[in-house]
Design a protein around this ligand. Sequence first.
Ligand code: ZN
Length: 148
Amino acid sequence: MSDLGELYQQVILDHNKRPRNFHRLPRANRTAEGYNPLCGDHITVDLEIEGDTIRDIGFEGTGCAVSKASASMMTEALKGKSEPEADALFLSFHALVTGRTEAAAMPLGKLSVFSGVSEFPMRVKCATLAWHTLRAALEGKQEPVSTE
Ligand code: ZN
């Protein structure tokens, strides 16, 4: 993964070592679980929604550095956002990591470091697992989501 860029590597390492919002929420009113069988990543995302605003967000799970860093950065990006904003960010992020940057509707800020993932199809599922799980939580899905 040496050509993914130094910033990308630094950010992944930092968030993998010290994941932000890495805890369950005692007052969560939406929860979803996601798996990426290809890599073995497993995540639970908790949301505290008030009106249509994400008041708080947390996650727990085990997985590779990319999946954990992506989940950590997702929680940072989404706190205080509305559900439609979260959806738009999901679409932009998905476009970024699958190399369809022209489709990006929302500025991604720090999340842009994940653009290097588009070169590694195996890693796309690691990077998007948290986001697919988020969407399942927002939609109130009961069954765990799987990237396969
Ligand atoms: Zn992974």
